[in-house]
Structure formats: structure tokens, C-alpha cells
Design a protein around this ligand. Structure first.
Ligand SMILES: Nc1ncnc2c1ncn2[C@@H]1O[C@H](COP(=O)(O)OP(=O)(O)O)[C@@H](O)[C@H]1O
Ligand SMILES: [Mg+2]
Length: 369
């Protein structure tokens, strides 16, 4: 073999190997679970992988070779996505932003990273990955952290405040007849209600701070719910709303600390009544309580037709001290969250402004043999 032939053969082999490697990498890129899309310096799409096409809900074939402008005019591109793409474009070009957090129509969260500059030869590479689970874990961790801290602080100060309050309450009661004589009974009444309010806050505080392994008993869900509804009836009447308990067909049992779970349901019903009251007097309030079996859990659904919540309220709902009410403590739901978590259950919420809210408490079912 001549020298030339040998060199040719070598370069051919080298070429084949690069081609193989290239195919391999392209293949990997194509089937990555992150979405990848590449534009050249003229704004023409030169590469898009399977996942990205799936996210855009447009076939890869009909996208390759299009410019960004043409993609924006693509008949299959939803308005929602069009808006998002325009926003990303603006922020990338004008504000040089390289990371974008996005949520899609179904509420999943995505992180989009833009790479461009010297290392990219004028190309723009966009990659998106689903970070919903991560976000969820982050949020839960943050919430648990806050609750643990709240627990420590409250345990140490609650008792210290409660004792003097009890003493004050006692003395005011002793003074009450004298105040009445002076025509100042109103003062005594105000002092007493304010002390009771302070005590309520401390009570909720203490409850949230207890490391409380729940004192569990096995009980049918329906009887627990019946008792709770009885407790709320008079207040519901006063607020001009009805509390309706829809019975399940088969009896389901749960193993719970009855007092604690009652407190959770009462908290949620009480919030529902407040949300209904905010809708005005003409509005007929209705709170519905249903139970549903769901695999190994029982779901207790509590829905109201009150004022509902916007997404800012929704995202802070379980934070200690978060309240939108003038006289709220913001502890009801954070305590409830903790109680349900201690029972190895979870709470979820769905709400629409002006329409209403549904809380779902899921607790493990106890199989009765
Ligand atoms: N059913 C509901 N409808 C509308 N908003 C609600 C509902 N439940 C809770 N919220 C909102 O969540 C906030 C926190 O509730 P919670 O922890 O019980 O504290 P509080 O009732 O003392 O404000 C409330 O202030 C309210 O804005
Ligand atoms: Mg409340």
C-alpha cells in the first residue's frame, strides 16, 4: 500500500469513528428527559429533541428550519406557550437573563437554561427540565423547618405567658362587681375577651409545638365527622350557612387522635365560614363534607362556596402566622398541617377566587378484618 493510500485509509477510519461518536451523542441528546433546542445566530432552529417537541406539542419535522418568528406563528402553538416564548425571548435578549422559571398549563414547574456566547459560536442553546418534584421537596423542607423552629420557641415561652394571664383573668373577675357598680362593666368584658384571645393563641401555639405522637384510637370516619358537624351547627346558623355531611356508603376506619383530627376539621370549617361571610349577606353559604376511598387512604373533602383564594394566598397557606384576616392568628392551618403530617397523612387544597375552596385531608385507612 502506498503512503497516500494508507493516510487516506486512516483518515477514513477516523472519520467513521467521529461519525459513530457523533451519532451516539446525537442519539443521547435526542432522548434526554430534558428538552433541548438550538438556534443559530440567524435565529433559525437547527436542532430540537424529542422531549422539547413534546413540550411544545408540535412535531419535530414541522419545526426544524423555521425561524423564531415562524415558530411563533405556527398554528399548533398554543397562545399560552406563545406568550411564554415571547417573554423568554425578551428577557434573554434585552436583560441577558440565562435562567428562567416557568410553569405550564398543568401547574408543573420548569427550569429553562440559556447558553450562548463565545463557547457556542453564535448559537443559542435552550434546555428545559422538569423541577416540580424538586420544588415540592424544597417547599416542604422549608415549611417543616419553620414549624420545627416555631415549636421550639413556642414551647419555651407559652407557659411563661400563660401563667400571668391566668392570674390577671382571676383578678379581673374579682374586680368585676366593683367595675359594674361604677358602670364600667364594659371594661371588664373587653379585658376578659382579650385575655381569652391571647389564651387561644397560646393554646394553638402549644398545640403546634407538641412533638405529639398522636394518642390514637380506631374510629369510623363517619362518626367522627358527625360529631364535628354537630359542633359547628350553631355557628353555621349564625353565619347563615349550612354544613352538609354526605355519608359514604361503606364504613371506613381510621386510626387517629380524635381530639387532634377534630381540631383540624374544625379549623378548616371555621375558615370556610369566614370565607363565606366575606362574600356578603345575600350569599347562601354551603359547606360540604364528603369522604372518598382512594387506594389505601380515605380522603375527607371539605368544600365551601366562599370567596376563594388567589395563588399568593395559596402558596403561603400553611405558613405559621400567615393570615389575611384582621383578627386572625395564621396558626390554624399550619397546626393542622402538622397534625395531619404526624398522622402520616397529607392535606391538599384547590381554590378559585370568587368560586370557593376545597380542602382534602388524606389519612391511611385501617382495614377491619
Ligand atoms: N376556605 C378558605 N377560603 C378562603 N381563604 C381561606 C380558606 N381557608 C384558609 N384561607 C386563607 O388562609 C389563611 C390562613 O388560614 P389559617 O391558618 O386558618 O389562619 P387564620 O384563619 O387565623 O387567618 C386565612 O387568613 C385565609 O386567607
Ligand atoms: Mg383559621
Amino acid at each position: 500500500m502506498s503512503e497516500i493510500q494508507e493516510t487516506l485509509l486512516q483518515s477514513l477510519e477516523a472519520f467513521q469513528t467521529t461519525q459513530l461518536v457523533k451519532n451516539k451523542y446525537e442519539n443521547i441528546l435526542e432522548h434526554l428527559d430534558s428538552g433541548v433546542i438550538l438556534f443559530d445566530s440567524e435565529g433559525v432552529l437547527t436542532f430540537i429533541n424529542v422531549q422539547m417537541a413534546r413540550l411544545l406539542e408540535i412535531s419535530r419535522k414541522s419545526l426544524t428550519g423555521l425561524t423564531l418568528l415562524q415558530i411563533l406563528r405556527h398554528p399548533q402553538l398554543s397562545r399560552y406557550k406563545k406568550k411564554k416564548i415571547l417573554r423568554i425571548y425578551r428577557e434573554t435578549i434585552f436583560h441577558r437573563k440565562r435562567y428562567h422559571e416557568l410553569s405550564d398549563e398543568t401547574g408543573r414547574q420548569w427550569l429553562l437554561t440559556v447558553t450562548y456566547g463565545d463557547q457556542m459560536d453564535g448559537d443559542f442553546l435552550f434546555s428545559v427540565k422538569d423541577v416540580s418534584d424538586f420544588k415540592q421537596i424544597e417547599q416542604t423542607a422549608y415549611r417543616n423547618d419553620k414549624l420545627a423552629m416555631l415549636g421550639k420557641i413556642s414551647a419555651s415561652i407559652a407557659h411563661e405567658i400563660r401563667n400571668p394571664l391566668t392570674a390577671i383573668r382571676g383578678f379581673i373577675q374579682l374586680l368585676r362587681p366593683h367595675l359594674t357598680k361604677l358602670g364600667k362593666d364594659e371594661y371588664a368584658r373587653i379585658i376578659l375577651t382579650e385575655i381569652d384571645r391571647a389564651n387561644d393563641i397560646i393554646y394553638e401555639f402549644l398545640n403546634s409545638s407538641k412533638p405529639s405522637a398522636p394518642q390514637t384510637t380506631v374510629i369510623p370516619v363517619s362518626s367522627l365527622l358527625k360529631e364535628v358537624v354537630l359542633l359547628t351547627e350553631s355557628e353555621a346558623l349564625m353565619n347563615g350557612c349550612e354544613v352538609v355531611l354526605l355519608d359514604e356508603s361503606t364504613p371506613l376506619h381510621i386510626s387517629v387522635d380524635v381530639k387532634q383530627i377534630k381540631q383540624v376539621i374544625l379549623n378548616i370549617i371555621k375558615n370556610a365560614m369566614d370565607a363565606i361571610a366575606d362574600q356578603g349577606h345575600e350569599h347562601t353559604g354551603r359547606i360540604e363534607i364528603r369522604t372518598r376511598k382512594d387506594h389505601k387512604n380515605v380522603n375527607i373533602c371539605i368544600s365551601d362556596n366562599g370567596k376563594g383564594m388567589d395563588h399568593i394566598t395559596l402558596s403561603h397557606l400553611f405558613d405559621p402566622f400567615f393570615t389575611t384576616k384582621e383578627t386572625g392568628t395564621g396558626l390554624g392551618l399550619s397546626v393542622s398541617y402538622r397534625i395531619i403530617k404526624n398522622h402520616r397523612g397529607y392535606i391538599s387544597v384547590d381554590s378559585k377566587v370568587g368560586k370557593g375552596t376545597e380542602f382534602v385531608i388524606s389519612l391511611p385507612i385501617v382495614e377491619m378484618s
